[in-house]
Ligand binder design. Sequence first.
Ligand code: MHF
Ligand SMILES: O=c1ccn([C@H]2C[C@H](O)[C@@H](COP(=O)(O)O)O2)c(=O)[nH]1
Length: 283
Amino acid sequence: MKQYLELCNRIIDEGTWIENERTGKRCLTVINADLTYNVGNNEFPLITTRKSFWKSAIAEMLGYIRGYDNAADFRALGAKTWDANANENQVWLNNPHRKGVDDMGRVYGVQGRAWSKPDGGTIDQLKKIVDNLKAGVDDRGEILSFYNPGEFHMGCLRPCMHTHNFSLLGDTLYLNSFQRSCDVPLGLNFNQVQVFTLLALIAQITGKKPGMAYHKIVNAHIYEDQLALMRDVQLKREPFEPASLSINPDIKSLEDLETWVTMDDFEVSGYQHHEAIKYPFSV
Ligand SMILES: Nc1nc(=O)c2c([nH]1)NC[C@@H]1CN(c3ccc(C(=O)N[C@@H](CCC(=O)O)C(=O)O)cc3)CN21
Ligand SMILES: O=c1ccn([C@H]2C[C@H](O)[C@@H](COP(=O)(O)O)O2)c(=O)[nH]1
């Protein structure tokens, strides 16, 4: 929580106003932030200075793990977060690659589970990582990359958290996650939960102990229409003690994650929070 508040304050104190062409809005922006989460100690990085919708965040991550390419599939899991990007952005609506309502195209998990090879067929990056880690192997390339410039024109948005790099030291699993662009009031609430939960889940299904997760953000911003709410409302509040996350121990494999897992398999205890804040969302 402290590192989140420090980043928000840093943007407000030291940020530079930058025009963003895609959304037509200005963003108060800083470059480079390094957040760390102690997953081994179950220090769940859930924001307490407003109500945070952690179930949507985990549902979104589960959808990426499954390789979903459709906002309706995300909704069925409990995340409405892709509705706008799939259905309200005119550039994507005009894109000949869009396959109809709710289609997101070749984004995120599609790249993670079915990266197209130039000579035909696809690569399942996540399965290779899980198989290696389960066997105690870290080939120093346990990398899940959603960033495929050759297919940007076939998706509704370039991935923001684009790379997750796993490492094994003995039987402890670590994660470095890289994010190129971060909407701090809205997206980061989710992204913190997602980095934490991704390490916890992959450690659980590979039989490893979770260690630290390191979350690198490059462009961290607050949109102009979010600034007053952040500065005058959220940052005026005192944070509460952190909550903790528990995950159904019956989740034991990638196939479990792909087939029967729902949001009922995740529980947060001790979540004390201030009331919700509705931040404007830029499509
Ligand atoms: N401008 C922008 N910011 C983002 O954070 C973002 C995108 N676009 N596009 C792709 C995904 C979608 N993400 C989203 C989308 C919506 C919410 C959102 O509306 N959150 C609300 C309500 C959540 C709920 O009810 O489940 C919140 O208060 O956190 C959060 C993240 C994160 N990403
Ligand atoms: O997981 C996510 C996904 C998206 N965002 C934010 C970051 C930006 O505000 C927009 C994406 O816009 P670009 O013009 O493609 O950078 O979405 C996020 O914070 N977290």
